[in-house]
Ligand binder design. Sequence first.
Ligand code: SF4
Ligand code: SF4
Ligand code: FES
Length: 369
Amino acid sequence: MQVGLKIWRYDSKTGDRALREYEVDAPEEATLLDCLDLVKDKHDGSLAYRKSCRMMICGSCGMRMDGGAVLACRVPMYEIAQEGRVPVISAMGNLPIVKDLVVDMDPFWQKMQAVEPWLQPGYDQETEREHVVSQPRMDVIHKESLCINCGCCVSECNSMESDPDFLGPAALAKGFRFVGDPRDARTVERLEHYSDEHGIWDCTRCYFCNERCPKGVDPRDAIAKLGAEAMHHGIDRDMGARHAKWFVTSAKTTGWLRETELVPKTQGIVKSIKEIKFAMSLVPKGKVPPPFPQHVAEDVGESRGLYDLVKEQGRDGAQGIVQGEKALSRLEGMHGHVEHPSHPYDDPRSFPRPFLPGEEADGPSDGAG
Ligand code: SF4
Ligand code: SF4
Ligand code: FES
């Protein structure tokens, strides 16, 4: 088949930048990476890109296709060629370009290092046997353990674009991999650190990282779990945490989000007073709800009941974050694999199903043995 590619060429030494078009004769099973190999072998040996495993394991071949990050070895070209499309290939975003499709991964690794991505157990004495952790306890961090450090999530991260110091989706997902590990003894210290400026609460929840991650890690879900765990441990100094806390209080007390009180509860009285002028400018546009009278929803008992159930079952930490069906259906190579779970809790690899009063819990019960 004939495959057309437009490739952004760039040389950081000279600053030269140009969009070049190539056409290669490729076998029908060719991937984007195979086509780049053909361009380099047969048309232009100066094209620079990274690759190694060619099978979605090493994470080297991250780049953008038509503006979205992909692993080049994961993209089949047959349908694209059949449609006559000529995709635009460029380097990943949010990382400095060295040459053509090769980015400098140093900022990525620095952030990864900042979350201390190694186990810090609370035991240091040798034992006769290894410390065994039950499978259900390890399932909790299975998704986060799938990361291959490709940087596709970082490439598309909105927060990182506006704040290059944001720890970012890959590093934070790695952070949860250790926060959720029952053998790690530095949970609180980690959560304190990840809750600092440029951490958990600086994520804008755009979900692009979940969308682009080729391995189903779902970094945004991991960040949500970190936030829930931080609050569970009383680490709520950040405005983002206070914002989330107020959502819960408001829903529990009235069944509604009391937006007028959201600002003082989140930002404090002094800062709120400074915002009054801005708030007044929103009144004529109908953007400021009347503060009085307090409206209590007719079915407020339902939200209170839900709150009580979450407390009763200890799901006010990461255990309360529901993993999406899509994410679960992407998990591969696990025990008791379920092809398309109809509900996240139907899958034995998920968090344990919440249980109603009178029912029995079926969650992970043991820890490090
Ligand atoms: S959800 Fe958060 S971490 Fe993920 S890409 Fe968006 S801003 Fe970045
Ligand atoms: S979380 Fe996904 S996209 Fe991000 S580095 Fe890991 S494997 Fe790549
Ligand atoms: S070459 Fe290893 S992930 Fe693509």
